[in-house]
Structures are given as structure tokens and as C-alpha cells.
Ligand binder design. Structure first.
Ligand code: ADP
Length: 319
């Protein structure tokens, strides 16, 4: 392979830049030219492409977001869009493509591979919702951002007798909520994968109050429901004063953690190695601290599973 491309697609995640840098430098190290495609699959359709040099990816490892920008592109879901994308790639003589993104982006990569165009997926999303990898790029940074925010909320919480509800991201996955719950000692964690009801939460709040707890922190995953609605229900049913914080897009930003920079670097390089071997339609990941790769179709057909032992632990530790 003489020339490859790289793009980031879907929701951005801190650490994507480290992955781009790694793809570019690893490829150039092996004598392969690299083209960066701006705005994900939209850029592929529009021909928004630039050649990447060693210096193009200097000074980005510490930056959040993605230097190649990202976009959602409905046109790429059509045959016409995909063929237009392949036309662009062929025009530039690009023989393989690294797609950094979430499961939606992998569906695009899979479509290209099906049409005979070799793609490799690199999991980049703060949600940690991709099967076949223990961690996705961006999850650790987002978790630390949440943790810092909750520490601050806890400071004010200790000054008032209130219940604090914090809504965190994660789409349909509860990983960010669960890990944040453990990291921050939350009284309750509500995730879509478990079936805690408002009554369970109120019972715990009441038990806490009886023990003299002056405040409580409840973390709710966006996939479970709305923090604002949940707070209203708690106020009505338990007659407790509540405050809600929806952390929103602060969770997606910021300088990537060291861990995400290392993960991005390892996975980006692994994707280049797989293309060099002549494989296609694979997703790279990390499992038990080993770099692995899986058939992307298989990844897309599986469901992400949360660690329910961790969920039980979070309950045991917040009795
Ligand atoms: P993420 O990659 O973060 O899950 P999305 O689900 O928004 O984000 O997907 C990102 C992009 O991937 C979409 O805007 C679209 O261009 C492309 N994509 C998603 N699903 C498909 C599909 N079934 N076929 C082709 N391309 C797709």
C-alpha cells in the first residue's frame, strides 16, 4: 500500500487527535503517504482532502476535538453518496482508509469495505459503547471531566441539605454514569442497563437521611432518562429539595487524558499495521491491555455490555 487516508466522523472525542497523529506518523515511518479527509464522510463526498506531512500533526496530541473536523452526513447512507466517496478516494489514489469514530461511522466504513474499498475502524467516542474493545478513545477524559465537575458540586452540596442530580452523557450506554458513580461515591447511579426505580432511589435517600447524611449525589445516564424530569419526580414523591446539573457538551471537550493519548496512539498505529498486512473491514480495540482486531460486521452485530459487577459494587459501597 502506497497511500492511505484518515478521517474522523460522528461525535468528536478527546484523543482523536492522538489517533490521527499516530496514523500519519506510523504510515510515513513505513514509507506510506497519508491524506487527511476533513469533515468525515461529507469531506469524502466533497473531495475536501489534504496531504498530511510529519509536521501536519505536530502540536495536536494535547488538544481536544479533532483537527480533521467531524460531521454527520446523511448522504453517505445512500449508494450514490458511497460511490461518490469511492470516486474521490480513487481520484487521489488512496488505497485504504482509517475511520476514527463510533458505531455509526463504522457502518459507513463497512459499506465502503463491502464495495471493495478497504477500511479499518478505530473506536473514538466518549460513550464507551463499542463491543470488542474494553475502552474507546475519549472515555477516560470524559470520565475525568465528570469527576472534576462532581467534586465541585459536592463542595457546594456539603454546605446545603439537598439532593443533587447530575445527568451525564453516554447515549444508550451507562458506562460514564457507572464509572463516575464509583469514582465519585454517588449515592445512586441510574443506568439504562439496570432496573432501579425512583422508589429504590427514594428508599436509599431516606435511609441516608436517617443516618444523618446531609446531602446526596445521584448520577443519571442520559440513556436512562432526563435528569430534570427525575428531579421533579423526586421532589414530588420524596418532598426533598433537589438541584439538577446537566453536564452536556463540557464532557466532550478538553485536553485528552494521558491514558486517551496513549490509547489513540496505540490504536491509530495498529490500524495502519492492519492495512499494511492487506486486511480490511476490521476494527482495532484494546482488551486486557492487548491490541486486538475484530471483523467490523461482527462488532456491529453485537451489543455492548456493561460490567454489572461494577454496578453491584457501586451499590454496596453507597449503602
Ligand atoms: P458515531 O460514529 O459517533 O456513532 P453517527 O451515528 O452520527 O456517529 O454516524 C456518523 C456518520 O457515519 C453518519 O453521519 C453517516 O455519514 C455515517 N453512517 C452512519 N450510519 C451509516 C450507514 N448505515 N451507512 C453509511 N454510512 C453511515
Amino acid at each position: 500500500m502506497k497511500r492511505i487516508g484518515v478521517l474522523t466522523s460522528g461525535g468528536d472525542a478527546p484523543g482523536m487527535n492522538a489517533a490521527i497523529r499516530s496514523v500519519v506518523r506510523k504510515a510515513i515511518y513505513h514509507g506510506i503517504e497519508v491524506y487527511g479527509i476533513n469533515y468525515g464522510f461529507q469531506g469524502l463526498i466533497d473531495g475536501d482532502i489534504r496531504k498530511m506531512e510529519l509536521g501536519s500533526v505536530g502540536d495536536i496530541i494535547q488538544r481536544g476535538g479533532t483537527m480533521l473536523y467531524s460531521a454527520r452526513c446523511e448522504d453517505f447512507k445512500t449508494e450514490e453518496g458511497q460511490l461518490k466517496g469511492i470516486e474521490t478516494l480513487e481520484h487521489y489514489g488512496i488505497e485504504g482508509l482509517v475511520v476514527i469514530g463510533g458505531d455509526g461511522s463504522f457502518r459507513g466504513a463497512e459499506k465502503l469495505t463491502e464495495r471493495g474499498y478497504p477500511c479499518i475502524g478505530v473506536p473514538g467516542t466518549i460513550d464507551n459503547d463499542i463491543p470488542g474493545t474494553d475502552f474507546t478513545i475519549g472515555f477516560d477524559t470524559a470520565l475525568n471531566t465528570i469527576s472534576e465537575a462532581i467534586d465541585k458540586i459536592r463542595d457546594t452540596a456539603t454546605s446545603h441539605e439537598r439532593t443533587y442530580i447530575i445527568e451525564v452523557m453516554g447515549r444508550d450506554a451507562g458506562d460514564l454514569a457507572l464509572w463516575a458513580g464509583l469514582a465519585d461515591g454517588a449515592e445512586s447511579v441510574l443506568i439504562p442497563e439496570a432496573e432501579d426505580t425512583i422508589e429504590d432511589v427514594i428508599d436509599r435517600l431516606k435511609r441516608g437521611n436517617e443516618r444523618g447524611k446531609r446531602h446526596s449525589i445521584i448520577i443519571i445516564a442520559e440513556g436512562y432518562g432526563s435528569g430534570v424530569d427525575f428531579a421533579r419526580e423526586i421532589e414530588e414523591k420524596a418532598k426533598l429539595e433537589t438541584r439538577v446539573t446537566v453536564l452536556g457538551h463540557t464532557q466532550r471537550g478538553g485536553s485528552p487524558s494521558a491514558s486517551d493519548r496513549v490509547l489513540g496512539s496505540r490504536l491509530g498505529a495498529a490500524a495502519v499495521d492492519i492495512l499494511r498486512k492487506g486486511s480490511a473491514g476490521r476494527m482495532v480495540g484494546i482488551q486486557n491491555n492487548e491490541i486486538v482486531d475484530h471483523d467490523i460486521v461482527e462488532v456491529l452485530s453485537q451489543k455492548h455490555h456493561i460490567d454489572l459487577d461494577m454496578y453491584r459494587l457501586s451499590k454496596e459501597l453507597s449503602i
